[in-house]
Write a protein that binds this ligand. Structure first.
Ligand SMILES: Nc1ncnc2c1ncn2[C@@H]1O[C@H](COP(=O)(O)OP(=O)(O)OP(=O)(O)O)[C@@H](O)[C@H]1O
Ligand SMILES: [Mg+2]
Length: 281
């Protein structure tokens, strides 16, 4: 049995295309068609992303790795509707993205909690901003805090929590309005290795329990393989798809999975993409 399936191939032209839709369930969470980005600036154009075509299924955990500056955050901002693409179209749950939309929860690299608000009221921020009924969502916010092990910390201020706890609160904030899709840009980049591993296990569990579609960006290849159903590997800027790998490891996954030969083989294969670029990890 071939444990790892590479589902992309070289094509003539500017970028590599996904040639197998083997894992397309026909229920696309996110779909990109020819999406590229060139930033216009006074000093000239900065091509940041070559045209990308790929899909993320509903309920899929999809992870993107790539060298610094290859356009990962740009990709995430375009999917969230914060930034318009230069070409192509993005569909979220079948609808074209033209502006910021309520269907997504975003987690940034730093927790970015408001220091004057309690943990609970930080989690409730999207509800207040969207003017949704507070009473209805309060119970949900408390339930989420319990899910991530922050029960009893609702009234604390952010500085009274550790970095990892703050990051867990920010994940609750991204989930509170029950978005169908979670976009996470290096959410654990600032955490120490042990907290980061614990957060990986927790995030994996939350995704399983809530069935959300997740797009997560990371610089860590082991983190990518641990979390993902599929891993998209990007090239140097302007970013293109180098490969998309299936991760055929069963769920739920504990940290023990990192000793699995499939895990180590996949990590090595992905790492090889960066040997010549030398920009990762
Ligand atoms: N507002 C902007 N104006 C002009 N160029 C930009 C702007 N934002 C990003 N870029 C350029 O686009 C490229 C991609 O940026 P982006 O932030 O998406 O990279 P990234 O892959 O997220 O990098 P990192 O891993 O370091 O976070 C960068 O090389 C940068 O030069
Ligand atoms: Mg970035």
């Amino acid at each position: 049995m071939q444990p790892v399936t590479k589902v992309t191939a070289d094509q003539p032209g500017a970028h590599l295309r996904l040639v197998s839709d083997r894992t397309d369930t026909g229920k696309p969470g996110i779909k990109l068609k020819g999406v590229s980005k060139t930033y216009r600036s006074r000093d000239g154009d900065v091509p940041s992303l070559q045209p990308l075509d790929f899909h993320i299924n509903q309920g899929e955990f999809f992870v993107v790795v790539g060298p610094s500056g290859c356009g990962k955050s740009t990709l995430l901002k375009m999917i969230s509707g914060l930034l318009p693409p230069s070409t192509g179209e993005i569909l979220v749950e079948g609808e074209q993205v033209t502006k910021p939309h309520g269907n997504v929860g975003i987690v940034f690299q730093n927790a970015l909690l408001l220091p004057w608000r309690s943990i609970l009221s930080n989690v409730m921020l999207p509800i207040d901003m969207k003017r949704l009924p507070r009473a209805k969502y309060l119970a949900r916010a408390q339930q989420l805090l319990k899910l991530v092990g922050l029960e009893g910390f609702e009234k604390k201020l952010p500085w009274q929590l550790s970095g990892g706890m703050q990051q867990r609160a920010s994940i609750c904030r991204a989930l509170v309005h029950d978005p169908k899709i979670m976009l996470m840009d290096e959410p654990f980049g600032a955490l120490d290795a042990m907290t980061r591993e614990r957060m990986n296990v927790e995030l994996s569990r939350i995704q399983r329990e809530t069935g959300k579609t997740v797009l997560l960006i990371t610089h860590s290849i082991p983190e990518a393989v641990f979390l993902a159903d599929r891993v998209l590997v990007m090239t140097e800027r302007p970013g293109a798809i180098a490969a998309i790998y299936d991760v055929p490891l069963p769920r739920p996954r504990s940290l023990d999975v990192m000793a699995d030969p499939i895990f180590t083989e996949l990590v090595q294969r992905i790492r090889k993409h960066f040997f010549t670029q030398g920009a990762l990890d």
